[in-house]
Design a protein around this ligand. Structure first.
Ligand SMILES: [Zn+2]
Length: 144
């Protein structure tokens, strides 16, 4: 079995993120008291300790902050795809907002199809959602 993703656990803290993703919107949590954005979501603001929070859309643009090229042994969902890339994205709105994903050649492209010798720290990238199921649209990343 090789599919290139693990179904994320969806709960009360991240359900809005995944609902937005299904509509093609990348979003991050934002404190309703001090307006600091944060990702991944958590119940309390690390800046002002407020528990009042909501979700705000972001542009979906960022820079490639780091990456790795995993090789076996891997989970069965990824074994046949290795080597592929796993990237850390720093969002343009705030470099401290970071997300994990994969760099693909085009929307819906395979996670092992991007030439790894062409991956560079600092590349401008943007989100490209992949509908892996009707319910689950994963944020992948393409060159901007
Ligand atoms: Zn706050």
């Amino acid at each position: 079995m090789s599919q290139g993703y693990l179904p994320p656990p969806i709960d009360e803290h991240n359900a809005v993120f995944w609902e937005n993703a299904r509509r093609g919107i990348l979003s991050v949590e934002q404190c309703k008291n001090c307006e600091a954005r944060r990702f991944p979501p958590r119940p309390m603001c690390p800046h002002c300790q407020s528990t009042q929070r909501g979700w705000e859309p972001v542009s979906g643009r960022g820079t490639l902050w780091s990456f790795v090229l995993p090789h076996p042994p891997l989970l069965p969902e990824f074994t046949d795809l290795a080597p592929y890339n796993v990237i850390v994205v720093s969002l343009i709105e705030d470099p401290n907002l970071r997300m994990i994903g994969n760099l693909v050649r085009e929307p819906g492209g395979a996670i092992n199809a991007f030439d790894s010798t062409q991956i560079e720290i600092g590349q401008r990238i943007r989100v490209a959602f992949e509908a892996v199921t009707d319910e689950l649209h994963l944020p992948r990343w393409i060159l901007d």
